[in-house]
Design a protein around this ligand. Structure first.
Ligand code: HEM
Length: 417
């Protein structure tokens, strides 16, 4: 079942990377290949009242710039939207948009909160939750995999880690969806802004509750943490809870949905997974490379930086395209082929360098458990209608995926034990 993506226009400058419709309507593979070969450092024209920006698409350049926190800053935004708006209101407070020593200190505090004990408890919940949702969907025979399975895992995972009460999970899920991308082309930036503010207010209340009534959760750990003897402020905690929800919900969800879509179209790779001829670990990495849900991140240049034969000037916005780097033929053998046994597979789906994804461990657990549940409970599955793509210039993927499952009776009977 095709979801009817069309080719991008031949004229490279006609492709507008700021417009979410570009990704909604077009297959970008050929465009990225042309940029990598013809314009590895490409200047994107200004659009509407927004400034122009650099587009970096080759794997080695993307890696080098991710690593370079001396000549590039995240403090004036790290995604296209905030970079073009001139900055991020959470700058210097939210991990992803904080640089230097403060970033290191804050990252250490957050990493302490992600202790092996906290993570192993959450990983166990991911496993049981995923197995229950997938086995139920298979027993029903048909499901919108996006809404009825994938949507119910990542947000619950982060919410469990943080200590968000169960009753508030679906409320947060709705807000997270509006804040970052949209299923509806007519959603306005104001809707997203309102959703973001509601998330912040929600966590503000929860932080107050935890200060008065400590629990065994990450939120409580954060309320007790300090940097150089200075306790984290409510603002610091709230912004960073927000960043975990936004960073960890949609990305993982889109990866799982993409995995089912992709495997339904590639019976050979599905058989390799089902029969156990590839490891779950390598399959997980390839599914992550293939989906690359976060299309790009970005920085602002603090000085002139030579890249790929050109120069990024001080003050310019630079965007690093993970989706293109993960398809770079100089870094991956036959990058256009899904190979669940691919090794090595050093994809940049989680970024690289000082801001490397803090949730990569959890995201990997989620994807791995999803693949494991699929291969245990179903013999086969097919997409039965036209999937719906999300509408975003940050994320890529689908928000609706109708699937019919054939049950693996033995797997269901054993409960996957
Ligand atoms: C950072 C991707 C899941 C939390 C990042 C970055 C990428 C990324 C590319 C680097 C951003 C930059 O360099 O500016 C993904 C993908 C995921 C995923 C593709 C799922 C497939 C998660 C999860 C969480 C999370 C589950 C939380 C539990 C974060 C945080 C940062 C981050 C807090 C900022 C780290 C820093 O600035 O030091 N993620 N992420 N992510 N991610 Fe993820």
């Amino acid at each position: 079942m095709s979801d009817q993506l069309t080719a991008v226009p031949d004229e490279i400058s006609a492709v507008n990377l700021v417009d979410p419709n570009t990704y909604f309507e077009h297959d970008m593979h050929e465009f990225w290949r042309r940029l990598r070969t013809e314009h590895p450092l490409y200047w994107h024209r200004p659009v509407d009242d927004k400034p122009g920006f650099w587009v970096v698409t080759r794997y080695p350049d993307v890696m080098a710039l991710y690593r370079d926190d001396q000549r590039l800053t995240s403090e004036r935004g790290n995604v296209l939207v905030t970079l073009l708006a001139g900055g991020d209101t959470a700058s210097g407070q939210m991990l992803a948009v904080t640089d230097g020593q403060r970033h290191k200190d804050l990252r250490n505090v957050m990493l302490r909160a992600f202790s092996p004990r906290a993570l192993s408890k959450v990983a166990e919940l991911v496993r049981s939750n995923t197995r229950e949702l997938v086995s139920q969907a298979v027993r029903r025979g048909e499901a919108d995999f996006a809404a009825e399975v994938a949507a119910l895992i990542p947000l619950s995972t982060i919410a469990n880690l943080l200590g968000v009460p169960e009753r508030d999970h679906s409320y947060l899920h709705g807000l997270s969806k509006s804040a970052l991308s949209s299923d509806e082309a007519d959603q306005t930036p104001e809707d997203a802004w309102l959703a973001r503010n509601e998330i912040l207010l929600y966590f503000n209340d929860l932080v107050n509750e935890r200060r008065n009534d400590p629990q065994d959760d990450v939120l409580t750990v954060l309320t007790k943490s300090s940097i150089n003897g200075e306790p984290l402020s409510d603002h610091d905690i709230v912004f960073n809870c927000y960043s975990l929800i936004l960073g960890g919900d949609e990305t993982s969800r889109l990866t799982m949905i993409d995995a089912v879509y992709t495997l339904s179209r590639d019976p050979g790779e599905w058989r390799r997974l089902k029969e156990g001829s590839v490891s779950l670990e390598s399959a997980t990495e390839e599914v992550l490379r293939w989906a690359t849900p976060a299309m790009s991140f970005g920085r602002r240049a603090l000085t002139d930086i030579p890249v790929a034969g050109g120069v990024i000037a001080e003050g310019d916005v630079v965007t690093l395209w993970n989706g293109s780097a993960n398809l770079d033929e100089t870094a991956f053998d036959r990058p256009d082929v899904l190979d669940l046994g691919r090794s090595p597979n050093k994809h940049v789906t989680f970024g690289y360098g000082p801001h490397f994804c803090l949730g990569a461990f959890l995201a990997r657990v989620e994807v791995k458990e999803m693949l494991d549940a699929l291969r245990t409970f179903t013999t086969d599955f097919e997409v039965t209608g036209t999937p719906r793509r999300i509408h975003s210039n940050i994320m890529t993927g689908m928000s609706y995926l109708p699937v019919r499952f054939a049950a693996d009776e033995a797997g269901l009977a054993s409960g996957g034990q």
